[in-house]
Structures are given as C-alpha cells and as structure tokens.
Ligand binder design. Structure first.
Ligand code: SAH
Ligand code: SF4
Ligand code: F3S
Length: 448
C-alpha cells in the first residue's frame, strides 16, 4: 500500500499544546491505511481536520474564523464536483460538541481528543450522511489500544504521550473538562513506541502529559525515564508539562543521575501571591514552589527553568502582581509563557467577583513580559563562550546553515553541512540573542 500514491488528501491544522501536535500525527497514522496522505494545501484536501484548543477565548475563536475560510474552500471544491469532509477534533470538539455543527453547518463531524481512533468509521458514516457525527467519549485506554506503537517519525525529535488528562481543577482551566481525568499509559507500550522511534533515527523524545510528572506507572515518571534511557540511540529525554505538587524526590534525583535527561524543566507557577494561588486552587504556595526549584537546582545546578503565568486572575490586586514579579526575580527563568486571564465558561473562576479590567491585565502582562524577556536574554547571553552539544534538527533559513537545540532547549544556528543533520555535535556559542544562540563547529574553529 505504501508503494502507491495516496488516493485521498488530508490537511491537518494543529492549535494548542504539544499533546495536540502528538494527536495530529497519530490521526494521520490512523487514516493512512484508508488511503489518506498528508498535504499542506487545504484547497486540495478531501479531508480537513482542525485539531483545536479551548484554553483561552482567543484560541477557540480562531477555530471558528478558520472554519469560515475552510467552508469557502469546500464550496469551491463542490462547484467543481469534488467533495471535502471537514472534521473538528481536539479540545473545542470535546467542550462544545454538536454546538460546533450548529454554529458552522459546513462541519461534517466532531471528534474529541480521546475518540480520534474512531475517525475512519466516523468519516464513513458522514459520507453515508446518517448516523453519529459526534464522538466525544473519555476512554484513553481504548484509543491507545487501537493506535499502533510503530510510528513514522518526521525527524530526529519526537513527542510521545505518556499521560493524559488532569484532576487538579485549577479554577481558571478547561483541561479537566476537555481531556478528562488523569490516566497513565502502561510503561511497556511507551517503551515499545520509544524503541520503534529510536530504530527509525529519533534521538530525542519529549514525554508528554497535561501533568506528566503525575505519571503513575511503575516507578513513576522517574522510573519511566530511567527505563527509556537504556534504549540504544535515544540520547535525549525531555518531559512536559509538570505540576509543582507532583515534583517528587525520585524525579529530582533523575536530573542528577540520568545523563540522557536534559537540564530543562517546565514548571508552571501561574502567580506569586499565595492569596491568588489559593483562589486558583493550585495546591502549592510561592514558598513551596521556590523550595522545589531550589532542590532541582541542587541536583542539577545548570538546569534551565521555564514556567507559565496568568496575570489578572479575578481579585488580583497590585500587591499580588508585585508578588509575582518578586517570585520571577528569585527564580531567574530561562524562558516563559505568560497570558492574560481569559474567562472560560463553566470554570469556577469565570463566576468569581473582582474580574480585572482589560487595560489592567494588559499593563501587568506588559511589565511581566519585559522582566521575563530580560531574564531570557540574560540566560542566553550566559552561554556565550561555552561549548554545548547541539542536536541538529533541520536546515536553517540561510543556505549552508543548520538549526539545532542545546540541552537547554535553545535554538542554535550554525554554519554546517547537511551531513550533520540528526547528529549531536559540540558547538562553541558565539552570541546569544533573545530567542536563540549562534555558534561555530569546534572542528571549524580548530582548522580556521
Ligand atoms: N497542565 C499544565 C498547563 C495547561 S494549559 C499546567 O498545569 O501547568 C497551559 C497554560 O495556559 C497554563 O499553565 C496557564 O498558564 C494557561 N491558562 C490556562 N487556562 C487559562 C485561562 N483561563 N486564561 C489564561 N491562561 C490560561
Ligand atoms: Fe489546567 Fe491546572 Fe490541570 Fe494544569 S494542573 S491542566 S492548569 S487544571
Ligand atoms: Fe489547548 Fe487542549 Fe492543549 S485546551 S492547551 S489543546 S489540552
């Protein structure tokens, strides 16, 4: 089958977090045996899948405006006597269900994040124009039973979902409603998938979960990392996203002891004020978060710390926001994501008093981002003069240039031959900008 040109064309657009990136790849895998080959041109697609994100209002609205454009492409194809099936997948699908087809009738089917293994069947039903067009059950175990662990990786790095869902119920967040409760994949299946990836040339895996460090297979996440570190060829392991509450001693020790585990930790804190953290139901304080960071740094002094922040949560006063800035100064982040609080229907915080005016949120975000950018630039500048192992992932924008990643997840631009793609090579860092580093191959320096 793989010898033939695919009969049908599939266009997938992905929004949101890395879990969605993984899911999009798996949707393509599920559809390949049914003759679908991936295209990057929606106008020529027989099947369009929007894999959506519901986390903030803007993310959801983007989906509806994109659907408006896709609908016009569908009409243009229909005018030529061709068809187009439009599927909405992901977290908006889970949260809004049939409402999506009501708001945009051009949509043929809606499939939640735990149900996309049913896509071929749903498509067949939609083509018969009857029966179910909505699949939104919560059964991650069923999904993973159907998905093969033998993937077709597109490069030398890959995402690997090990845990799904969230039971934390932060009061601002839709994830527990769109992804269901916490569930961990069996370690054997994860190892099989990782081995198959390594055999196909993948050198770095990022283990994914909404709360990946809540992974509760045997030995927890630390046990899983130690197991995967034994796979030949798999030189780099990362994981994201973690919750401060689940950062246990074993995982911290792994950072000291497992060379394949990269010195990078994404540990969202959201805010620096305990009053706000309580209202967010975060189950940690600023102090307990700082203690975790201290322990992680004791285990791995050079570790890059990143995080997520929300400004303008209901009831946030100037003094609360100052506490957030103070926490940032103490941590010294390598990189961060920060957002204005977005009111999500159905979450407890949406109904809380003291909603913060837009212009106040805007101003706080601006101040926070200025500080975070300064820290990121300082972290990058501190690498200048060091020699770092860089995994080359793809050609750069300029001819003769490759782009890779440092252990700290920084992009590194280097003049180097394509032969080095997929290799881990020592690079001397020559300069650091806000978002990336540039450097030179050690060999080149010696011969120069
Ligand atoms: N599971 C992860 C992240 C989930 S969503 C965790 O617990 O850290 C990614 C980020 O989006 C969150 O960390 C938070 O900073 C942000 N976010 C979630 N809900 C939001 C909302 N209602 N408004 C603004 N930002 C939000
Ligand atoms: Fe959302 Fe909180 Fe769960 Fe993260 S821990 S996914 S922010 S509810
Ligand atoms: Fe968005 Fe769903 Fe991920 S809401 S952030 S795509 S879990």
């Amino acid at each position: 089958m793989s010898e033939q040109a695919p009969a049908k064309r599939l266009y997938i657009k992905t929004y949101g977090c890395q879990m969605n990136v993984y899911d999009s790849e798996r949707m393509a895998d599920v559809l390949a045996p049914f003759g679908y080959g991936v295209t990057d041109d929606p106008a020529g697609a027989d099947l369009v899948v929007l894999n959506t994100c519901h986390i903030r209002e803007k993310a959801t609205e983007k989906v509806y405006s994109e659907l408006g454009q896709i609908k016009r492409l569908k009409e243009a194809r229909q005018a030529e006597g061709l068809g187009m099936t439009i599927a909405v997948a992901g977290c908006v699908a889970q949260a809004e269900g049939e409402e999506i087809m009501r708001r945009q009738p051009a949509v043929d089917l809606v499939v939640g994040p735990q149900a996309y293994h049913q896509l071929p069947e749903l498509i067949a039903r939609a083509h018969r124009a009857r029966g179910e067009r909505l699949a939104a059950d919560f059964a991650p175990d069923e999904k993973f039973d159907v998905l093969s662990t033998d993937r077709r990786p597109s490069g030398v790095t890959a995402f690997l979902t090990v845990q799904e869902g969230c039971d934390k119920f932060c009061t601002f967040c839709v994830v527990p409603y769109t992804r269901g409760g916490e569930w961990s994949r069996p370690a054997d299946a994860i190892e099989a998938e990782a081995r198959a990836l390594a055999e196909k040339g993948v050198r770095e895996v990022t283990l994914l979960g909404q709360n990946v460090n809540a992974y509760d297979g045997e030995g927890g996440l630390a046990g899983l990392i130690r197991r995967l570190a034994k796979i030949p060829g798999l030189d780099r392991i990362r994981y994201t996203t973690s919750h401060p509450r689940d950062m246990d001693e074993a995982l911290i020790a792994a950072h000291a002891e497992v060379p394949q585990l990269m010195p990078y930790l994404h540990l969202p804190v959201q805010a620096g004020s305990d009053r706000i953290l309580r209202a967010m139901n975060r189950a940690h304080t600023a102090e307990s978060y700082l203690r975790v960071i201290e322990k992680v740094r004791a285990a791995r002094p050079d570790i890059a710390i990143s995080g997520d922040f929300i400004v303008g949560f209901p009831g946030e006063r100037d003094s609360d926001f100052e506490a957030t800035l103070q926490l940032v100064r103490e941590v010294r982040y390598a990189s961060c994501f920060s957002f204005k609080y977005s009111r999500r229907p159905g979450t407890p915080a949406a109904a809380m008093p003291g909603q913060v005016p837009e212009e106040v949120k805007e101003e706080r975000l601006h101040r926070l981002q200025a500080l975070l950018e300064e820290q990121q630039a300082a972290f990058n500048a501190a690498q200048v003069g060091r020699t770092l192992p860089v995994l080359f992932e793809k050609p750069g924008r300029h001819p003769g240039q490759l782009v890779g990643r440092s252990p700290y997840l920084q992009s590194v631009h280097v003049t180097a031959s394509d032969r080095l793609l997929g290799q881990i090579v020592p690079v001397k860092v020559e300069s650091g900008a806000r978002n990336s580093l540039s450097g030179a191959l050690l060999g080149e320096l010696e011969t120069a």
